[in-house]
Design a protein around this ligand. Structure first.
Ligand SMILES: [Zn+2]
Length: 202
């Protein structure tokens, strides 16, 4: 027998709130990038979406897009950060945008740190692949992602030492990760945040 979605009406003495219903649906299906945050915070995000304020919320804090939209400039951007904070860590062989990274599938889904066995030897190649989604994004989010990947040069796991390193490179790392996830949420649910003219702005 097919199971149907049931709404518990036994306590519904007042008119069921459509808003609450939408809240629930959005939380259950769509806040995939924000699952690890407290429910209260997720509810606030849902309210922003419902009241059509999410775009403004993001654009107010992050009014412009970065200019690092090809592999060459991305590499320079990443190397500058690496030289500043992780000079002694293993060199980076490759820093590229990758349109095959689907951020939806796996939380950040952006590390591709490649360790390959070549001719019986473990050849460690530090490659950083950044989802092409970030070709068009505020600089702060790109920086956050690059910092995350750079931190993996030293710490493979998402442990305390890893996040300490992230915060060393970017003191408001945690807030930026949340905001970046908010941005992804917008892209998924509502489409682009920035208009064409903003994209072309210098
Ligand atoms: Zn990671």
């Amino acid at each position: 027998m097919q199971r149907s979605l049931r709404i518990n009406t036994s306590k519904a003495q007042v008119t069921p709130s459509l808003g609450l219903f939408i809240n629930t649906v959005i939380n259950m299906t769509s806040l995939t990038y924000l699952k690890q945050y407290p429910l209260e915070l997720q509810n606030q995000v849902t309210q922003l979406i419902e009241s059509d304020r999410l775009s403004d919320h993001i654009r107010k804090q992050y009014p412009t897009l970065h200019q690092y939209n090809n592999d060459k400039t991305l590499r320079e951007f990443a190397l500058t950060l690496k030289n500043q904070y992780l000079k002694k860590s293993a060199p980076l062989s490759k820093v590229i945008y990758d349109n095959k990274i689907h951020v939806v599938n796996n939380a950040l889904g952006l590390h591709s740190y490649a360790s390959r066995v070549q001719g019986g030897k473990l050849k460690s190649k530090n490659e950083i692949r950044i989802s092409s989604v970030f070709k068009e994004s505020p600089e702060a989010f790109l920086r956050m992602i690059v910092v995350h990947e750079l931190a993996h040069l030293k710490e493979k796991e998402h442990n305390k030492a890893f996040y300490k390193l992230c915060c060393h490179m970017l003191p408001n790392y945690h807030q930026l990760e949340f905001d970046m996830r908010l941005y992804l949420t917008h892209l998924e649910l509502l489409g682009p945040v920035y208009s064409l003219t903003e994209k072309k702005a210098p």
